[in-house]
Design a protein around this ligand. Structure first.
Ligand SMILES: *[C@@H]1O[C@H](CO)[C@@H](O)[C@H](O)[C@H]1NC(C)=O
Ligand SMILES: *[C@@H]1O[C@H](CO)[C@@H](O)[C@H](O)[C@H]1NC(C)=O
Ligand SMILES: *[C@@H]1O[C@H](CO)[C@@H](O)[C@H](O)[C@H]1NC(C)=O
Length: 189
């Protein structure tokens, strides 16, 4: 297990030397290296940030665009009003298309990353969810990513993504109110 430093990618976004998955997956197909985990994290950041749609599309297709890709997340289930455990995206091609058609974010900060041979856990802040007025508000979350190193393309098998969906909802215009009675109602001063 290794831990990356806070904001690592703010300054090193173009410094990843591997280029693409097909070229560098060969030396280690049994256990994810730290460099491979960082590469997947960085390509995922480029994809989700959408600062450049061409780059984002390439990164998304490289990692996720497999028909059998699966994404899960109770946070998104609840925002959509779906039953908990419902698959968030039917397949990787649809997932990539949906992310690319969503509004861009302002910034993504990586707070931490841990991995073992087959899984990566990332902790992150998304800024700018819901538009530029939220550029200063972090929506903090985690993503657990399952990787199959024996694949020639699209190494990501599935992802579990959970985040502060209350903040996400507020940013995107949901109306959130405290209960007026019960233990969660604000207490009088
Ligand atoms: C977006 O990325 C592509 C591919 O890397 C590059 O050719 C293009 O110049 C970039 N566009 C902008 C506006 O930076
Ligand atoms: C790696 O972590 C995942 C997630 O906790 C776990 O399911 C898997 O068994 C771990 N692999 C090993 C070899 O410990
Ligand atoms: C929730 O959104 C409203 C605007 O719709 C904003 O005034 C308020 O500060 C937001 N609260 C939080 C915690 O972001």
């Amino acid at each position: 297990m290794k831990l990356s430093t806070v904001f690592l990618f703010a300054t090193s976004a173009v410094a990843i030397p591997w280029g693409n998955w097909q070229k560098w997956n060969k030396p280690s197909t049994t256990c994810l290296t730290y460099e491979q985990a960082l590469y997947i994290q960085e390509r995922s950041r480029v994809f989700q940030l959408k600062a450049n749609l061409t780059d984002a599309r390439l990164a998304g297709e490289e990692l996720f665009a497999a028909q059998e890709y699966k994404q899960y997340g109770h946070s998104i289930n609840s925002l959509r009003g779906d039953a908990l455990g419902t698959l968030v995206e039917p397949d990787g091609v649809t997932y990539v298309a949906n992310v690319l058609s969503a509004p861009p974010l302002y910034r993504i900060d990586s707070l931490a990353m841990l991995h073992n041979c087959t899984h990566i856990m990332e902790h992150w802040d998304f800024y700018g969810v819901g538009g530029a007025r939220n550029n200063h508000i972090p929506v903090r979350g985690f993503a657990l990513t399952k990787v199959d190193l024996t694949r020639e393309t699209q190494p990501v098998v599935w992802r579990q993504v959970e985040f502060n969906s209350m903040q996400w909802a507020n940013n995107t215009g949901f109306t959130i109110e405290f209960p007026t009675t019960g233990p969660y109602a604000p207490q009088p001063e």
